[in-house]
Design a protein around this ligand. Structure first.
Ligand SMILES: O=C(CO)[C@H](O)[C@H](O)COP(=O)(O)O
Length: 207
């Protein structure tokens, strides 16, 4: 299972500082949606230039104009981009078309999708590299939030998947047991007193 750090910071400087601390422990470096919105795609170029050996994921959360948005992110240096599962099939297909042209990949983010299992299969059939079983920060903050719902959906879908939704040191083993291809960790790394140590411990927990 790969480890992905989600950098939900706001500036290129903060992203480069965080990536510099954790890169040796992670496989995928994600530029979070707030970072891309605040700093633009030049942040992708800066992170990819600093870490050319890492898979760089631009969390665009594209909802429309899939081919155009994916194309500009791949041109900026992204290896993976996200498209929302709630988008039209043609939006996902458009992003996949751009990915094929750049020899890169599309991740379909199932945040907010009610029937994640069905949409995961559809997204895979449309050409997604993998899907993201995702509960966003707002959903995580609601009473009764349960990561297990995402894990069950991943197990049931039987397509390559990542899990994002407050994954931490005490849950990463369950994520792996569910068969996830990628564990996505944001707050448990970037909000840690020592992000490098947090990433190192998460890496060590992966069997
Ligand atoms: O995409 C995101 C929010 O929409 C986050 O980056 C993702 O949820 C991972 O962060 P955390 O581990 O803090 O949940």
């Amino acid at each position: 299972m790969k480890l992905q750090v989600a950098m939900d910071v706001l500036t290129v400087e903060a992203a480069l500082e965080l990536a510099g601390k954790v890169a040796e422990y992670v496989d995928i470096i994600e530029l979070g949606t707030p970072l891309v919105k605040n700093a633009g795609l030049s942040a992708v170029t800066a992170v990819k230039s600093a870490h050319p050996d890492k898979i760089v994921f631009a969390d665009l959360k594209t909802m429309d104009a899939g081919e155009l948005e994916a194309d500009i992110a791949f041109s900026a240096g992204a290896d993976l981009v996200s498209v929302l599962g709630g988008a039209d099939d043609s939006t996902i297909a458009g992003a996949v078309k751009a990915a094929k042209a750049h020899n890169k990949g599309v991740v379909v983010d199932l945040i907010g999708v009610e029937d994640k299992v069905t949409r995961a299969k559809e997204a895979r059939a449309l050409g997604a590299k993998f899907v993201e079983m995702h509960a966003g920060l707002d959903e995580q903050a609601k009473p009764g939030y349960d990561l297990d719902v995402l894990l069950s959906a991943g197990e049931e879908a039987r397509v390559p998947f990542s899990v994002a939704g407050g994954v931490n040191l005490s849950t990463i083993n369950a994520v792996q047991r569910a068969g996830a291809d990628v564990a996505v960790v944001g707050g448990s790394i970037y909000s840690a007193a020592d992000p490098a140590l947090a990433a190192k411990e998460l890496r060590a927990a992966i069997i």
